[in-house]
Design a protein around this ligand. Structure first.
Ligand code: FAD
Length: 322
């Protein structure tokens, strides 16, 4: 590991979830390529002050080009002393490119990876038709990470073996990595049984915890957790939350992510006379939702930060004492 001699030992999120009664965490988005990068330091600083238990960093989400996931995840740990979770999407890469990128994470001492497929690029709904040497689903990425944790590396035809001598499933034995694997869960996916099937598959492939798609009411989370319990799925599942402070943003989330936003929140935001009033309405709504989720037994709260880390920090701070 490159930084073996000058940093604290890296913490796995599975360990944090096992030891803390309530985990508080947040997701940040790298700045758009070519924009000011210092903003990210201010966001991390605001979240560290809560203090949060870990910060996750998205990869390529939202359409625009945003590099930096790995170095930002690394600096969260090295410079700020906070555990980080690097999102890793498999949608654009061959399995060989994925193995190399996972090794970059390993060298940098990144312990926690959120294994995702990623959204299709805008206007390309057929993007995920299966292609050779590529994953179609996140569970396949989870399996590839678990393989590395078992010291099983890809075999290179023509290099490790004669061309076509080895079946694709054969693995080369190597040094085991030690990644903690997280995945996405989708409580509002219909039918519910299938949503839980998909999560169960990820758990079978080594997922140790999950974070849900953003939710704006406690009911889908409660139903999803009940179904998981009925099926014997025991991993911690953190509810994902986003603070809606403007009517237009709330409507965009419905359109873009297919999530349900209560009409009462949309109407209240529509009546807001100022940005500050919208912020207060969104914050109060999220605070009440967090209370319900914790009462349902949620192991923690994970807030998606868009631009406003201060508001996310304010929400999380209200739950730090408990
Ligand atoms: P999958 O589990 O592979 O699901 C993809 C699709 O396949 C879904 O429609 C699902 O219903 C279906 N499916 C899943 N498993 C199976 C199966 N076994 N058999 C048949 N069908 C199946 N996107 C980014 O680009 N970058 C990010 O950083 C990012 N971060 C995210 C963080 C969180 C917490 C969440 C919830 C989502 C995030 N996303 C991100 C978006 C996410 O990648 C998309 O919502 C994507 O469409 C689904 O991702 P997944 O990882 O759940 O993929």
């Amino acid at each position: 590991m490159l930084y073996r001699y000058n940093v604290m030992p890296k913490t796995k999120i599975s360990e944090i979830l096992n030891t803390r009664a309530r985990t508080l965490s947040a997701e940040i988005i790298p700045p758009r390529n070519g924009t000011e990068t210092d903003a990210v330091y201010r966001q991390i600083g605001a979240l560290k002050n809560v203090p949060v238990d870990f910060i996750s960093v998205t990869k390529g989400a939202g359409g625009s080009l945003r590099g930096g996931t790995l170095p930002i995840a690394e600096l969260i740990e090295r410079q700020f002393g906070v555990a980080s979770l690097a999102h890793f999407t498999c949608r654009d890469y061959s399995i060989e490119e994925i193995e190399n990128a996972l090794m970059d994470h390993h060298y940098f001492g990144i312990k926690n990876i959120l294994a995702l497929r990623g959204d299709p690029p805008d206007g390309q709904p057929d993007y995920f038709q299966s292609k050779p040497n590529r994953h179609e689903y996140a569970w396949q990425l989870a399996r590839q990470i678990r393989d590395l944790n078992l010291g099983r590396y890809l075999v290179r035809e023509g290099y490790d073996t004669a061309p076509r001598a080895a079946p694709k499933s054969e693995k080369r034995k190597g040094q085991a990595t030690d990644f903690c694997i997280g995945v996405a869960a989708h409580p509002e996916h219909e039918p519910l049984e299938l949503a839980v099937d998909y999560l169960a598959k990820k758990v079978e492939m080594g997922a140790e915890f999950a974070i849900t798609q953003m939710i704006f009411s406690a009911e889908p989370y409660a139903r999803f957790m009940e179904e998981c319990a009925r099926r014997g799925l025991k991993i911690p599942i953190l509810p994902g939350l986003r603070i809606a402070t403007q009517k237009s943003a709330a409507e965009r989330m419905v359109k873009k992510f297919g999530v349900r936003v209560p009409q009462a929140l949309v109407d209240a935001l529509a009546r807001a006379q100022s940005d500050e009033e919208g912020r207060r309405i969104g914050l109060e709504f999220s605070r009440a939702l967090c209370e319900k989720l914790l009462a349902l037994g949620a192991p923690g709260l994970h807030v998606f930060v868009m631009n406003d880390a201060a508001t996310a920090a304010e929400l999380l701070r209200a739950f730090r004492a408990g």
